[in-house]
Design a protein around this ligand. Structure first.
Ligand code: IMP
Length: 424
């Protein structure tokens, strides 16, 4: 698999980190292509349990090269902390990380602007992760951002950073105390950005060389397809494209070089932040899934909203990504629930014409029409054999496979690296 892309088919948190860890075993480099410190990929392996936010998850394997693509946004302060955390775990990444010089830096002012905007929106807030992601992309597309390569000329970089700080203080009318805190953060930001500049490279060339020498790469998505600004539940989305096609843009590789697209989805649905979620379970069953699946955000610790599997949305996201196979995660969390529901269509459009499918505000008004499947009692946590799964668990997986039309090749049955079933 010279070039494989892995993406989330729901609203993020599908368990991509674990699948990346598996697929990374046989590649030379793992490249992050979207988002920034808003992501949280938790991996449990070799006695480590690490939540990575900006570093590619594949770096947990000691012999892999890590690449951060140009469509990501980079928080240099958070990245330094993450690299230190890895060092403490005995995993050195210092010599294995390459960052696109074109990556935009998350200036601390972005977080102040975002928090002020979310507060202003009140009930209509997006419920962002508060990591300054939106304002950094706004700045990028207003052609006013700062890129990592800019830090190679420190005098100009410092001048622009100071201008962004002053603009934010004036725009938000920050008190002297808050302005002081922002300036302190900016000093650290400046220092860390300049320290990182030696890592800046043309990642497209790095990848071209790997592929030319018969090597292979894994492009690792962040968030999930339903948070994509074009194809997701706009306006309740993130600000960088998280569908498979975005990997080519971010990493500077042509689409014809991609061999496989792996879609990851949970056996049920979750979402953090606000926005439509037709199959949401707001009662005790939702709470049960949250506790059983430890459904709390890896970045913000927020409780995730939980609900039934939505086949209408999964079918849609499999299509827009062109996924060639699927990994289904957290199947073990459904053990002990007597009946499982799967959303087959929506009441407002019972004969839903998929070519007119909408993911905007109207999605929130759709009432799901479910098919009910029998559950299973047995605890399947850590199961590694397909044939050893209870019949109803196998039927549930096969049912979803049929609805999405994409083969399910891997089934995760627990958080550990080994808790995985491969289907041939
Ligand atoms: P932002 O990306 O921080 O701007 O947040 C926009 C929306 O995307 C919010 O609903 C967040 O909760 C959601 N979001 C961003 N990153 C992730 C992620 O890694 N997992 C799940 N949701 C995310």
């Amino acid at each position: 698999m010279p070039a494989t892309i892995i993406i989330g088919l729901q609203w993020g948190d599908e368990g991509k980190g674990k699948m990346v860890d598996h697929l990374a075993e046989t590649v030379d480099a793992v490249a992050r292509f979207s988002g920034g410190a808003n992501a949280g990929h938790t991996i449990e392996a070799d006695g480590h349990r690490i939540a990575l936010h900006q570093l590619p998850s594949g770096l947990i394997r000691p012999d892999k090269l890590g690449i951060i693509g140009s469509s990501c946004v980079l928080d240099p302060i958070a990245l330094s902390e993450e690299m230190e955390l890895m060092e403490k775990e005995g995993i050195s990444v210092a010599d294995r990380l390459t960052i696109s010089g074109k990556v935009h830096l998350v200036h601390p002012a972005g977080r102040y602007i975002e928090n002020s905007e979310e507060t202003r929106l009140g009930k209509s807030a997006v419920g962002t992760t508060g990591r300054g992601i939106g304002p950094t992309y706004v700045r990028k597309f207003m052609r006013k951002g700062i890129r990592l390569e800019d830090a190679a000329v420190p005098e100009v970089f410092l001048e622009r950073s100071a201008a962004i700080t002053d603009e934010c203080i004036e725009q938000l009318g920050l008190s002297a105390e808050l302005a002081g805190s922002l300036r302190e953060e900016v000093e650290i930001f400046n220092r860390e950005s300049i320290r990182l500049v030696d890592r800046a490279m043309d990642v497209s060339m790095v990848i071209a060389r790997i592929l030319a020498s018969e090597g292979s790469i894994l492009a690792e998505g962040a968030q999930g397809s339903l948070l994509d600004p074009d194809h997701g539940t706009y306006p309740f989305v993130t600000c960088s494209s998280c569908v498979a096609a975005a990997a080519c843009v971010s990493l500077g590789i042509g689409p014809v070089l991609i061999d496989e697209v792996v879609g990851v989805m949970k056996a049920y649905s979750t979402r953090v932040g606000n926005g439509p979620f037709p199959t949401e379970l707001t009662g005790s069953l939702g709470d049960r899934i949250r506790e059983q699946g430890n459904e709390y955000g890896a970045t913000t610790g927020r409780p995730r909203r939980c609900g039934w599997f939505d086949a209408v949305l999964a079918n849609y996201t499999a299509r827009i990504n062109g996924s060639t196979w699927t990994a289904i995660t957290l199947l073990d969390v459904l053990s002990g629930i007597p009946e499982l529901k799967v959303c087959m269509k929506y009441e407002l459009d019972p004969e839903i014409d998929l070519s007119l499918f909408e993911t905007g505000v109207r999605l929130g008004k759709h009432i799901p029409i479910y098919e009910t499947l029998p559950g299973w009692e047995e605890d399947i946590k850590g199961e590694r054999e397909w044939d050893a799964l209870p019949e109803n668990a196998r039927n549930y997986v096969l049912f979803i496979e049929k609805l999405t039309g994409v083969p399910i090749r891997a089934i995760s049955t627990g958080p550990a690296r080994e808790d995985l079933i491969w289907r041939t």
